[in-house]
Each structure stands twice: as C-alpha cells, then as structure tokens.
Write a protein that binds this ligand. Structure first.
Ligand code: 0RA
Length: 641
C-alpha cells in the first residue's frame, strides 16, 4: 500500500515534468528548429560518451533509420534496471524525471559514477515513441514510451526480459515528435560533423554512423586515435602548413589541459575551445589563458633571439597568432558558462591552469625545436609588418570616406537614424536592387545593391579586401569598422542597422554570393553574426494563383508538390520566379521586405567544425562538396516570419 502511494505521487510529478518539457521545448534543447532536432541525438550520445569516460564503453553506433527515427547503441554496462526508490526500475527514473533542474546545459562533469541520464527524459518527452533495450547480467530488458509516458507493462515492478545475451550495453530508438519540431528529418551533415568532433575529443572511442534513409545505406566510422592533434590536422587539411602539429598536455589544480596547434601560411587565426568535451562557441577563460601565455612566451623568445631589438615594441597577441590553428581542450570539475548563448567558459581558474601548463610545456618544446620556433616567429613578424603598413593605409582610406557613405552612389539609405529601427538589405544585382529601392519602406529600410561576385575573402589578402569597392561601401555603411585579425578596430556599438539582410536569388549563384558575404562577415566582423544581426532573405520560388481562393507564395519544390496535391490541375496558374529581378515591387515588398509577411532566417555560428570549415569547403577548389553543402543548408531554415 505504502509503495503504491509513493508510486502515484511519483507518476504525477513525472507527468508534470513531461508537460513542462513539451510546453517549452526550447528551454531544454535550445530550439525546435532542425538544430534542436539534431540536438536530441547529441543528448543520447553524450550519455554514452559519459559511459566511455567512466571506462566502460568503447563503441557507439548512431543509425538514422528509414522511418525517420534514430537508434543509438553503446557497449557500456547498460543503464541499471534494478528496482529503485519509489518502486520503479532505475531506467524509468532516468527516462521520466528531469535531472539537475532540467536546464539546457551540460553542467555536470562526470568522469565516473552517477546515473548519467541528463537529457534522456527530455528526448523521451519530445519523441512520439522511444524504445529501449538494455543488455545486462545475461538478459535483454525492454521498455517503451509514447510521448514520454511508459506503455510497457512491468512484471513484479521490473522490466520484462525479452531475451538472453552475453553482451552488455544500451540500445535506444526514438522518433521525434512532429507536433514539437518544425521538421523531423535529421541533418546527416551536421550529425556527422558533431560525431567526428566527439571522436577527436575521445581518441579511444569508435563511433559508427549509418544513414539508412537513402536508397543505399551510407556508413562512416569515426575513430581518431591522434585526438586533438588529428583535429588540428583536419582543420588545416587544405592549407599550406609550416610544421607538424605541436601537442602539449598537463594538469593544474584538478583541471586537465590539452592543447594542439599548428601554423600555416595564412593570414588568419583559428583557435577553438572545449570544456568537458563541449565546444565553447564564445570562447572564454581557457582561450584567454592560452592566448596570454603564448604572447608572453613568444615575445620573450623574439627578444632572446634578437628578432626584436631593445627599441622595438612587442608583437601583439594577434601578430603572434597569425596563421595559427589551435584546439584547447580542458576538463573542469565544475564548469560555468556565460554569454549570449551560454557557451563562454567563465571559470577564471581555467585561465590560470592553461597558462601554467602551456607556459611550462611550450618552453620545453621550443628549446628543443628552434627551427620551428623561428618559423612561428617569422609568421608573427610578417603580421606585424603588414599591420604597421596597413594601420597607415587604413587611416587614410577610411578617413577619406568617413561620411561619404555612398561612395559609388549605390547605397539608398533610410531616413531614420536610430539603429534599433533600421535595416539594410544587401541585394545581388542592379536590377533587383532597383526594384528593391522602389519597393522598400524608405523610412527605415536601406538598400545596397552589389554587383556580381564580391571578392573571395578567404583567399584574398587584407589589402585586396580593403581595396574592393563593394566591401568598402559595405564597411562604411555598417559604420563599425572591421577587425582584420591584427588588432581589433571593430566596434559593434556603432552599427547603424539592427538587421543586415542578405538578399540573393534562390539559385546556386545566389547561394555563392550569400556564402561569400557570410565569409566576409565571419572573418572580419564576426560579432555581427554572434550578436544576431545577420539574416538571409528567403524569397519564394513560385506564386500560385487559384481561380477561386487566395493567392499563395510557395517557397520550395516541396511546397509546390503539396499545393499540387491539394489543388486540381487547371484550377490554378503558377508563376515561377527565376530571380528577385522578376518580382514586381509589390511582390518584392510582400515576400522579402515587409516584416509582417516576409520570410528570412537569422544566421548563426555555433558548431565549431561547421563554422571553421564551411568556408574551406565552400571556397576550396572542390566543387562537389560545396554544392552539397549549399543545397542542404539552403533548406535549413530557422524561420523568422
Ligand atoms: C549508471 C550506472 C551504470 C551504467 C550507467 C549509468 C549507464 C548509463 C547510460 C546511458 C547510456 N548508456 C549508458 N550506459 C550505462 C552501471 C552501474 C553498474 O553496472 O554497476
């Protein structure tokens, strides 16, 4: 009797928990866009990775099934199935109760022990069905849920046994709920990218990925025994590297520190931070620690070797990072995160630990590898020389044009001056630019037409970037200056427009132009993206005009297919827009300019590998992967209607 009562009490709180998750899914998985959808997989995989970190799991398999579900299998100890307090099996507790406040974070750091099920109940609540098989102690135990509610009947309070086995492990299959998510097709590109990253950070783990949704199953195995050294190698795979990656490792005050870095013949830096296997998109204390100590150590060497004379000033931190690719990975017992997207590591002791470990190890390394030391210092020296000559050039260049806003007579500015109210549309092509100027609300919408392909900034050097007319006009219009990697002159508080909207045709050329613009922003004005000011307009492909009823814009071929199923042939006419230039002013206003009816998507940078390698993929000479990427992401809309 006693047991029954507590069980009922437990099930009430379970239902309340589930309801909370289903009511405000964004709180638990970030969003209900495709990104949130993919996140479900990471929640389940991360638990299996914890089992790996605990020392009991060597392989994880992730399968995207034909029916739209995902299966994650690990060969760990198996989630405990024994009767737990409250009279239900431990496994049910893991899948039905919100742990640690249920916040969208990964704050728990578990090297071992603990019932690492954080996130499992969230995935369960947001799935139409979830099926679980646990192999333990010779038996296969089974459980099943629908929208988070258990439907499997217990036998004497325990999970039914559906077979025998001599293996151990956990196998979870779940089908995301279309009532919750905007779309329910996982992105193979993104999932693979994240799994690959997980493999780099866990060199002894084997991760198998299978996509069964196509005609032929596609399979790939991620195993990176070189760890973050392999990560750095991979990030640099398409550029001219100057030496083998350098690996440093150690621990200080309970914080484990691992760093791998390599210099390449490039005018840029790429430094990625991870804490407890989680990517820190906004960086944080560990990166500060790394950068500070690198600057100090390298300036000391430059003086010792006589490269910097007594009268010379030090190299700046950015000079010293010119050409570097680095991965800084730490394990912290109690991490805290801050920042816009809660991805900035806040623990100041992490800065200390990283600078202590790197400071000691770096000197040991460079004392023995003087040739590499000289190579690295020559990168810094090159950067410093360019910086000095450009500091001059830039003051001339930008001051001359400071208020000649519209240097080519092309920017049609808006009347209002309050940046919070203003928007700027960067429009591909002069003819579309002309229509946009007619269609806009000139009080708060500015139009900047750009012609053809702007410069490929990934390949161009800074002086060429600065000399490009379209880029100059853009920098002047935004009003914030730009950050060129050496010294940061970018000032987001001066931004003149709250929204910067890229408006390009819905074809391959349009996608290319969007990508070039995004690369420019990512490299030289990343805060524009980080702070959510950059958008991509999503113009429709068709307009359907029925003989009876309302006209409708159709944004992709899927929408057209749907429309055709609902409407008899002959009952409507169809207009196809080949480009923005083909819309009249009214149509342009309705579909891409009017905040009430337009569709656009906010550009986000979160995923480490995507953010840092997309431009490589897109800008490299490799055409096929570029197309595949653009097409996949062109569909990937976080709609902001
Ligand atoms: C706590 C204890 C034990 C296993 C696990 C958690 C576990 C959790 C997950 C989640 C996904 N896969 C997992 N594998 C294992 C084992 C306790 C014991 O056997 O003594």
């Amino acid at each position: 009797m006693e047991k029954r009562q507590t069980y009922d009490a437990a099930s009430i709180s379970v239902l309340e928990g589930l309801e909370a998750v289903r009511k405000r899914p964004g709180m638990y998985i970030g969003s209900v866009s495709r990104k949130g959808l993919n996140h479900l997989i990471y929640e389940i995989v991360d638990n299996a990775v914890d089992e790996h970190l605990a020392g009991f799991c060597s392989k994880i398999e992730v399968v995207l099934e034909k029916d739209g579900s995902c299966t994650v299998t690990d060969n760990g100890r198996g989630i405990p199935v024994d009767m737990h307090e409250k009279g239900i099996p431990a496994e049910r507790l893991v899948f039905t109760t919100l742990h640690a406040g249920g916040k969208f974070d990964h704050s728990a750091y578990k090297t071992s022990g603990g019932l690492h099920g954080v996130g499992s109940s969230v995935v369960n609540a947001l799935s139409v069905s979830l099926d679980i098989r646990i192999s333990r102690e010779g038996r296969i135990h089974h459980d099943h849920y629908e929208r988070g509610i258990p439907t499997e009947e217990l036998e004497n309070g325990l999970l039914p046994v559906i077979g025998r086995t001599n293996k151990t492990g956990t196998c979870i299959n779940f089908l995301p709920d279309p009532e919750i998510f905007e779309r329910t097709d996982f992105s193979a590109t993104e999932v693979k990218s994240r799994l690959h990253e997980t493999a780099y950070l866990n060199p002894e783990l084997v991760i198998q990925f299978v996509d069964r949704r196509g005609a032929e199953p596609a399979e790939v195995i991620f195993h990176e025994p070189e760890g973050i050294v392999g990560f750095v190698r991979d990030l640099d795979q398409n550029i001219e590297v100057l030496h083998e990656p350098i690996y440093l490792q150690g621990s200080s005050e309970g914080i484990e520190v691992e760093v791998a870095f390599q210099y390449a013949n490039e005018f840029r830096e790429n430094v990625l931070g991870f804490c407890n296997n989680i990517y820190n998109a906004e960086g944080g204390a560990h990166l500060t620690g790394f950068k500070t100590v690198l600057t100090t150590v390298m300036n000391n060497y430059a003086r010792t070797l006589g490269i910097l004379k007594d009268k010379d000033v030090n190299y700046t931190g950015a000079d010293i990072r010119n050409g570097i690719t680095a991965v800084v990975s730490i394990k912290h017992p109690d991490p805290r995160f801050e920042g816009q997207t809660k991805t900035k590591l806040d623990n100041q002791d992490a800065a200390k630990a990283v600078s202590k470990v790197v400071g000691e190890q770096l000197v040991l390394y460079f004392d023995r590898n003087v040739e590499i030391l000289k190579t690295v210092l020559s990168c810094a020296d090159k950067a410093a020389k360019i910086r000095r000559s450009q500091e001059k050039a830039k003051t001339n260049l930008l001051s001359k044009q400071k208020f000649s806003f519209d240097s080519n007579g092309k920017l049609a500015n808006c009347e209002k001056k309050d940046p919070a109210l203003c928007e700027i549309f960067i429009v591909e092509g002069d003819s579309a630019g002309g229509s946009a100027k007619t269609a806009r609300d000139r009080s708060y919408q500015a139009i900047l037409p750009i012609r053809g392909k702007i410069l490929n900034v990934e390949k161009a050097t800074m002086d060429k970037v600065l000399a490009n007319a379209e880029i100059k006009t853009m920098i002047n219009a935004f009003g914030c200056g730009f950050s060129e990697g050496y010294g940061n002159d970018f000032d987001i508080s001066k931004l003149r427009y709250d929204k910067i909207v890229i408006m390009a045709d819905a074809d391959v050329d349009g996608a290319h132009i969007s990508t070039l613009l995004l690369t420019l922003f990512y490299r030289f004005m990343p805060e524009l993206i980080q702070e959510g000011h950059v958008y991509i307009a999503m113009p429709p492909l068709y307009k359907a005009m029925p003989k009876k009823g309302e006209e409708e814009y159709l944004y992709d071929d899927k929408a057209l297919e749907k429309y055709r199923k609902k409407h008899k042939p002959g009952s409507f006419t169809l207009q196809r827009f080949k480009g923005l230039g083909e819309m009249d002013a009214e149509q342009l206003w309705e579909t891409t300019l009017n905040p009430e009816t337009r569709r656009m998507r906010r550009v986000e940078i979160e995923d480490a590998r995507l953010a840092s390698s997309v431009t490589e993929i897109l800008m490299g000479s490799d055409v096929p992967p570029r197309k595949a990427f653009i097409y996949e992401h062109a569909q990937d809309a976080d709609l902001d209607v």
